[in-house]
Design a protein around this ligand. Structure first.
Ligand SMILES: Cc1cc2nc3c(=O)[nH]c(=O)nc-3n(C[C@H](O)[C@H](O)[C@H](O)COP(=O)(O)OP(=O)(O)OC[C@H]3O[C@@H](n4cnc5c(N)ncnc54)[C@H](O)[C@@H]3O)c2cc1C
Length: 655
């Protein structure tokens, strides 16, 4: 048997094992019934044998910095800070190490949501959205493990619009404008994008690989051509301006998923001054109440509660939900809410008072009547030849299914600026019926009625779909603690489409997708709008405005880009939790460094932004350390020098 075929068999077996094993984990026993953090795939900890080995550090009592959470921002920060061998960092991560063979296959992304790499949150029961989904709740997955959500996300690399960054800075946050943040994008990136990587906006030497998806179907090329005919210019949407169309730029390396773990931490994991502790769930920030200084954290590992001290700073990089949760559990949050739960108040701040999401919709769906390829079903595509292609860095396994992006501006957009889109239309190479298993329907909570009534009838046809995503929602929500149990999920008080303009913007995006698909290049491949009514919308005549509104409210998609729970803003901003240097207001030696600080919805999928928050935070922290003498508080001891940071792709199985 060749090396390739052995690896293929291993890959299939691992996927099956991970996706089907029953649920169990150390946090499970702390969760309430019906509220398991887990779905399936947690019974056996495969990561102990197959995961990347981050070592079993013997913990010190104190580190210079204790960072909570190894998502994109936390991983970058830990890696950059420990470039200085005199700086010691402990990175505590609630989840496990990545299993490269399982997590790196882009086409398998939806299946990862059924594993322990997902906190598996869900929205509250909805009345105006998610109506065709289980219990009328949208799925709010959230990554857990070394890599955070970059382990389970769709790898779409978008930085956002220059106007977003400029508005961020103009809101009283110096240092966050486009011109100031672009160098961080360039510093983090290793671009391999055929048409654009030499246009001056991309980096070539950073740890984070960004490349054209190696797989590109005929639908994608037809879409990009048609969108141009419909008036959308072909452009690099990562160069500051976005209205237009382009192929997907993805966080992959030769078609394999790139995470913050394997891009940043993996090459740095042997530094003696960086300790990475997995399965360490932080439950509280230790605070000196007299001085309002963060002094360390408490965490639970293997059922044991321990604490560790920070000589300089405690930095929360636990993501948009968990950093807010940790602050509140530690007494930092809205006074009334904390008092109602009996949490002693340390600092009254609007933590979790604001929460934005990027809602979207599955559809419109099209059927392709002319033969363009054989990609009818996932079952059909799981074959030996595609495995070989994948191992060579090519083929259908290298796509997350989204192939190109179009940025449009709807008539209900709040900003009059014609250069700021409010809807992104993603073109996927297939529609949901392609996934003949349960991965995608389960990931998005589609009910059997929805799947059987709408997608199953086209299972044997070549179809594809659009995913319009609302970039600038009007709807705002809140995040609250459910209880003082740190293992309980938070409550998301988020009501989809509470503001009706959010539905209107998405309907506009769908209609633009239909207009583009009516162009001549699509006629050449026989693209035809799928006209079946979504179950629940039968009372509306197909194609009317009312019908599309119902479609949006029923087949609601959610894209997991929640922000603003620890909003950054100036002292005058009543919603601000952190200042422009990511320091928690009213506290000392405590920062939040993750996507939750972004003050408003970005015209981007949020991962690239999280990476540069980590990059910039590293500079801010280093600068603060150079000014402030933390040594006066604790005796300073430096560890032996670390090897210098060299970027390298994962050693295995890619070498
Ligand atoms: C399913 C999905 C698909 C997505 N698709 C895309 C996409 O295609 N493109 C894109 O740009 N963005 C995408 N995103 C969003 C993007 O991945 C996130 O915005 C980004 O990862 C946020 O990074 P972060 O550093 O803020 O933290 P996170 O990625 O949220 O990581 C936080 C880490 O902290 C850990 N943690 C949390 N609480 C604790 C605790 N108490 N103790 C210890 N550790 C803790 C978590 O386990 C996690 O590892 C997607 C997200 C999801 C969930």
């Amino acid at each position: 048997m060749s090396r390739y075929s052995i690896m293929s068999v291993v890959l299939v077996l691992l996927n099956i094992l991970l996706a089907t094993a029953p649920a169990h984990s150390f946090a499970h026993k702390h969760s309430q019934p019906g509220e398991s953090n887990l779905t399936v795939g947690n019974f056996i900890d495969f990561s102990q044998w197959l995961g990347i080995d981050y070592g079993q550090p013997t913990l010190r009592k104190r580190y210079d910095y204790v960072i909570v959470g190894a998502g994109p921002a936390g991983s970058v920060l830990a890696t950059r800070l420990t470039e200085d061998p005199a700086v010691t960092v402990l990175l505590l991560e609630a989840g496990r190490a990545e299993i490269p063979l399982v997590s790196t296959v882009p086409l398998g992304a939806p299946n990862l949501q059924a594993t322990d790499y997902n906190f598996a949150y869900e929205s509250e029961v909805q009345t105006r959205g998610c109506l065709g989904l289980w219990d009328r709740k949208c799925s709010w997955p959230h990554g857990r493990g070394v890599g955070g959500s970059s382990i389970i996300n769709y790898m779409i690399y978008t930085r956002g619009n220059r106007r977003d960054y400029d508005a961020w800075a103009a809101a009283g946050n110096p240092g966050w404008s486009w011109d100031e943040m672009l160098p961080y994008h360039i510093r983090s990136e290793r671009a391999n994008i055929r048409d654009f990587d030499r246009n001056g906006f991309h980096g070539r030497d950073g740890p984070l690989s960004v490349e054209d998806c190696p797989f590109r179907s005929k639908v994608a090329t037809t879409f990009v051509e048609s969108a141009q005919q419909a008036g959308y210019p072909y452009r690099d949407y990562n160069a500051g301006d976005q209205i237009g169309v382009s192929f997907l730029q993805a966080n992959t390396l030769q078609g394999r998923r790139v995470t913050s773990g394997n891009a940043y931490l993996y090459p740095a994991r042997k530094r003696p001054n960086l300790h990475i502790l997995t399965r360490a769930w932080v439950t509280k920030v230790l605070i000196n109440k007299a001085t309002k200084e963060a002094t360390g954290v408490v965490f639970v590992r293997d059922g044991k509660t321990r604490s560790v001290k920070a000589r300089k700073e405690v930095i929360l990089s636990a993501g948009a939900f968990e950093s807010s949760k940790l602050l509140m559990l530690s007494g930092i949050g809205p006074a009334g809410h904390l008092q109602s739960l009996g949490v002693p108040l340390v600092q009254d701040l609007p933590v979790g008072e604001l929460l934005y999401e990027h809602p979207g919709v599955f559809g419109p769906v099209f059927i392709v009547r002319k033969p363009i390829d054989n990609s009818i079903s996932l079952d059909g595509d799981i074959n030996f030849s595609n495995f070989i292609q994948y191992l060579k860095g090519r083929g259908v396994f290298t796509t997350n299914s989204v192939e190109s992006l179009m940025y449009v501006k709807s008539p209900v957009a709040a900003s009059p600026d014609s250069g700021l889109p409010d809807v992104e239309v993603m073109q996927a190479f297939s529609s949901i019926d392609y996934d003949t298993g349960t991965g995608t329907p389960r990931a998005f909570r589609l009910t059997n009625t929805t799947f059987d009534g709408y997608f199953r009838p086209i299972m044997n046809l070549r179809s594809f779909q659009y995913l319009p995503m609302l970039l600038k929602p009007y709807t705002r929500g809140k995040l609250r603690l459910k209880s003082t149990n740190p293992f309980h999920h938070p409550i998301f008080q988020y009501r989809y489409f509470e503001d009706d303009r959010d539905i209107e913007a998405l309907v506009y995006g769908m209609q633009e997708a239909i207009r583009v698909t009516s162009q001549e290049p699509f006629r050449r491949i026989g693209a035809e709008l799928y006209r079946k009514q979504v179950p629940g919308c039968e009372q509306y005549t197909f194609g009317t405005h009312e019908y599309w509104r119902c479609h949006v409210m029923t087949l609601t998609a959610t894209f997991h880009h929640q922000v603003a729970t620890c909003k950054m803003g100036p002292p005058s901003d009543p919603e601000a939790v952190v200042d422009h240097e990511l320091r928690v207001y009213g506290m000392r030696r405590l920062r939040v460094v993750d996507i939750g600080v972004v003050p408003f919805p970005f015209t981007a999928h949020t991962s690239a932004v999280a990476f540069v928050i980590g990059e910039k935070a590293a500079d801010l922290v280093r600068e603060a350390a150079s000014k402030e003498d933390y040594r006066s508080r604790e005796k300073y001891s430096s560890l032996p020098p670390a090897p210098s940071f060299l970027w390298s792709p994962f050693d295995w199985p890619f070498k």
